[in-house]
Design a protein around this ligand. Structure first.
Ligand code: PBG
Length: 331
């Protein structure tokens, strides 16, 4: 027999009940945000090729999905429109059309599910023919200040349609201040801004770009999205957005950037969310398909890791599935 050990940490792991008793972080469906893709049409419920178990939904199906989410205790959705290529142009003009697909989707959800929190991305990429998040010049450089002016108008239209939270995701400078001022001026004082404060130029957005049809991108987004090698820059971005009046911050992608999340959390008292992006989600499915892991376990482990690193909320394509698992056995 080995001599008496002073510490035997395994005692705290000896039964499911004890393990659960001392669990430090715990997911809850209320932490989860479900991203949803909206398309024109009726009764469209079509699986996105690049994202297993994620669907393109027409407005009628979108409402059914919101019902389903609410039944499983998910109270926040993040909407993305999938725009017909014939409506895209260099300036992303369709974003500013009053009765566009996204505006109809927001008002329809809010009229049927007034308690559901509706978040929307504010960026031009679903609407531009070149796939960039903003207005460009002849060299395909994204122009900061003219883009911010469009985002101001876009945010007000989204607020008008009923959005609760507008989430600028384009990484232009000064957009939070400008959007906040525009919202306040139009009396949308209760509409929140969620800033994608640290959004990295990531390879993990691939399946999303297929899903919204922006993968024909000309060039790359390195002139505005962040370099994956940097963390101090993320702290600067987060600080500026806080000073500009952001209500919440977001880190994106998720798992490869947990250190960024933890450091931003140390710096701010604002709520900070994290986005488990399309490539991260697709990887889990592909690994499961190759019999390398169980999808459900991989999903819950990655989401829990985000919670442990300090996330106040998590956006994931697996939110509904996670909520179902949580309702069965709290993780
Ligand atoms: C851009 C935007 C992106 C995502 C959401 N909005 C990334 C991009 O194309 O640069 C990606 C989300 C995901 O991969 O799940 N406004």
């Amino acid at each position: 027999m080995i001599s008496a050990l002073l510490k035997r940490p395994r005692r705290n792991r000896k039964s499911p009940a004890i393990r659960s008793l001392i669990q430090e972080s715990r997911l809850h469906p209320h932490d989860l945000v479900a991203p949803l893709f909206v398309v024109e049409g009726q009764k469209v419920h079509r699986e996105v090729k690049s994202l297993p178990d994620v669907f393109h939904l027409s407005l009628d199906q979108l409402l059914l999905e919101c019902h389903n989410l609410a039944e499983h205790d998910i109270q926040t959705v993040l909407l993305f429109p999938v725009i017909d290529p014939s409506l895209k142009d260099e300036k992303g003009s369709y974003a500013l059309q009053a009765d566009n697909l996204l505006h109809r989707a927001i008002s329809s959800i809010k009229s049927h599910f007034p308690k559901m929190t509706v978040m929307v991305d504010v960026a031009l990429d679903p609407y531009t023919s070149h796939g960039h998040d903003g207005l460009i010049n002849e060299e395909f450089e994204v122009l900061n200040d003219p883009t911010v002016e469009v985002l101001q108008e876009m945010a007000c239209l989204l607020a008008e349609a009923g959005a609760d939270v507008v989430a600028p995701s384009d990484m232009m400078d000064g957009r939070i201040k400008a959007i906040r001022a525009a919202l306040d001026e139009s009396n949308f004082i209760e509409v929140s801004t969620l800033s994608y404060a640290a959004k990295y130029a990531s390879a993990f957005y691939g399946p999303f770009r297929n899903a919204v049809g922006s993968s024909n991108l000309v060039g790359d987004k390195c002139g505005y999205q962040m370099n994956p090698a940097n963390v101090k820059e993320a702290l600067l971005e987060a600080k500026l957005d806080e000073e500009e009046g952001a209500d919440m911050l977001l880190i994106k992608p998720g798992l490869p950037y947990l250190d960024v999340l933890a450091k931003v959390k140390e710096q701010t008292n604002l709520p900070v969310g994290i986005y488990q992006v399309s490539g991260e989600y697709a990887q889990l499915h592909l690994a499961a398909k190759a019999n390398l892991m169980q999808f459900e376990k991989g999903l819950m482990e990655t989401l829990t890791a985000m919670k442990r690193a300090g996330a106040d909320f998590i956006i994931s394509y697996g939110s509904l599935q996670a909520a179902k698992l949580l309702n069965d056995t709290p993780f």
